[in-house]
Write a protein that binds this ligand. Structure first.
Ligand SMILES: Cc1cc2nc3c(=O)[nH]c(=O)nc-3n(C[C@H](O)[C@H](O)[C@H](O)COP(=O)(O)O)c2cc1C
Length: 164
């Protein structure tokens, strides 16, 4: 018997996740990006991560063209950035200052970590494509993460101090 879609969504919502913005660019140098919680580490040697991107996303053209993408792991004060990148269209970049990584991918300033990746595998899975990325550079800054659980943004509880 197929799983009830509402039950499926509710169950997935119980998985507390960090929040990332995944970015790339197209042939004209236009930045593309979206909010992604479907991010995971895959391998340490070689360093690999994955992100799952909905087939409706505009960003696929950038993944294909650039063969590169950036992942910005958002800090707890960046809920507005997450909301901005969860909306379709180019307006999300309006008035936003971006950083540029060593590979040329756009990145979100102020994020807790930046990963720059080369697409090393692409797997169509249902209505999403899984991009496996070989991590070319990783940069970290101290701070607390933005979290997402049960359809709401969350923060680490006071006292749950991340190690510096
Ligand atoms: C908290 C949160 C997590 C999300 N995670 C994903 C995800 O993992 N993969 C995905 O494709 N879309 C995810 N989305 C939805 C996209 O961010 C949203 O559809 C966005 O508008 C796509 O932008 P685009 O169509 O301009 O590429 C998420 C949205 C929110 C609010």
């Amino acid at each position: 018997m197929p799983v009830d879609p509402a039950d499926f969504r509710r169950a997935l919502g119980q998985f507390a996740a960090g929040v990332t913005v995944v970015t790339t660019h197209d042939a004209q140098g236009r930045s593309l990006g979206l909010t992604v919680t479907a991010f995971a580490s895959v391998s340490l040697e070689p360093p690999l991560v994955l992100v799952c991107v909905d087939h409706r996303s505009e960003a696929h053209v950038g993944f294909r063209h650039a063969g590169l993408f950036g992942i910005s792991i958002l800090a707890e004060g960046q809920e507005e950035v997450s909301r901005r990148f969860a909306v379709g269209g180019a307006a999300k970049f309006k008035g936003l200052e971006l950083a540029t990584g060593s590979t040329g991918v756009p990145l979100i300033p102020g994020a807790l970590a930046h990963l720059e990746c080369r697409v090393s595998g692409t797997h169509v899975a249902g209505d999403h494509t899984i991009y496996v990325g070989e991590v070319l550079s990783a940069e970290v800054r101290p701070g607390r993460p933005l979290l997402y659980h049960d359809r709401r943004y969350r923060r680490l509880a006071p006292g749950e101090e991340p190690e510096e």
